[in-house]
Design a protein around this ligand. Structure first.
Ligand SMILES: NC(=O)c1ccc[n+]([C@@H]2O[C@H](COP(=O)([O-])OP(=O)(O)OC[C@H]3O[C@@H](n4cnc5c(N)ncnc54)[C@H](OP(=O)(O)O)[C@@H]3O)[C@@H](O)[C@H]2O)c1
Length: 327
């Protein structure tokens, strides 16, 4: 495994990180075997993944609780990132969505951040968070200026409760504001071979400011692994249902594209999953790839993506393949 600094912090993280949205279960991902999730987290740590990402909203605390159990005897071996902003315990904030009978509001006020952090620390059974990330940005009508958010986060850093600050689902203005008021070390954004919207401005801006760019949903929730076939139909309400690539008119095109990489898989002695991860890591020295996995075999496969260095011609060819998908 390769390790790199997170932004300008002194945290040294594996370039492939473990995402635990699915481990939270609920309507988005269905029910889980928590013991299997814990085994997967242990295996990740044993094999060298030292960054695990979660959020209160993943199963309304369940993902954090499962991680808390998994790391109770090995907290010092792992970096934990969790998030603030998405809240369901009171109605202050800007309404965002409803799921599993709960209304979720965006709130990045000082009070909300402090409350979120205390709840995460309790569920995770720890007294500090390594990277604390604003999950979604504040929006009208309950708009908190980034200055207040960043001040609150910087206070928590001074108190030793968090070690680095990240932001997710941002635009360039958000980044400019964050760095105006403090030190931003990571941004977490959706990025994959077939969803390259961030390349226009966020990816170069992160590089310019020495901010780690962490790509989420890098496998398009399993579609780029080649294991989801053309007859797959996502269930309404689940995480894959609203994704563009899972729409019936698009999914077969992606499956064909992934199948067309057989020669690359032979050349690199690898799987499409490895190509999807290695391709992202090739997009800059500041890249970190956040792959979800709830089974040990998925995790083991995903880690190996960091071991492959693609030739420039193959990186370009994969991009060309993706550009030819017209959605
Ligand atoms: N900041 C944000 O707003 C945001 C949004 C989304 C995600 N995230 C973070 O990013 C992480 C990753 O994103 P993601 O979970 O949406 O998508 P992803 O990493 O692209 O896909 C994860 C899913 O793909 C399947 N999978 C993973 N490895 C596989 C393998 N080797 N072979 C076959 N299938 C495999 C699994 O599905 P099954 O479990 O169904 O088998 C897994 O749950 C999340 O867990 C979360 O931590 C953050």
């Amino acid at each position: 495994m390769v390790y790199k600094k997170i932004g300008q912090s002194n945290l040294n993280a594996s370039v492939v990180a473990l995402g635990t949205w699915a481990i939270g279960g609920g309507t988005w991902w269905g029910e889980n075997n928590d013991m299997e999730s814990i085994r997967t987290i242990h295996e990740a740590i044993n094999q060298g993944i030292n960054l695990i990402d979660t959020a209160p909203a993943y199963g309304f605390g369940h993902s954090e609780e499962v991680i808390g159990k998994a790391i109770s005897d090995r907290r010092d071996k792992v970096l934990i990132s969790t998030k603030c902003a998405l809240r369901w315990t009171d109605e202050e904030g800007t309404f965002f969505f409803s799921v599993d009978g709960r209304n979720v509001y965006r709130n990045l006020s000082r009070r909300a951040i402090r409350d979120d952090l205390e709840n995460s620390l309790r569920r995770l059974g720890t007294d500090y968070i390594d990277i604390y990330i604003t999950h979604w940005q504040s929006a009208e009508p309950f708009l908190t200026p980034v200055s207040e958010t960043m001040e609150a986060l910087t206070e928590l850093k001074k108190e030793g409760k968090i070690r680095a600050i990240g932001a997710s689902n941002v635009n360039t203005n958000h980044i400019e504001e964050y760095i105006k008021y403090g030190q931003l070390d990571l941004i977490q954004e959706k990025y994959s071979i077939i969803d390259r919207r961030v390349e226009k401005d966020l990816l170069p801006l992160a590089k310019k400011h020495n901010i780690t760019f962490q790509a989420y949903s890098p496998l398009e929730q399993g579609l780029l692994t080649g294991k989801i076939r053309k007859d797959y139909v996502p269930v309404k309400g689940t995480a894959r249902y609203d994704q563009k690539c899972f729409k019936p008119e698009n999914l077969p095109k992606v499956v064909d594209m992934v199948d067309s990489w057989k020669d690359l898989c032979i050349k690199y002695n690898c799987t499409p999953t490895h190509l999807a991860i290695a391709w992202l890591l090739a997009q800059g020295n500041h890249m970190n790839v956040l792959c979800g996995a709830r089974k040990t075999e998925q995790l083991e496969e995903n880690m190996k993506g960091a071991e492959i260095t693609l030739d420039l011609a193959d990186i370009a060819r994969i991009r060309e393949n993706a550009l030819s998908l017209d959605f």
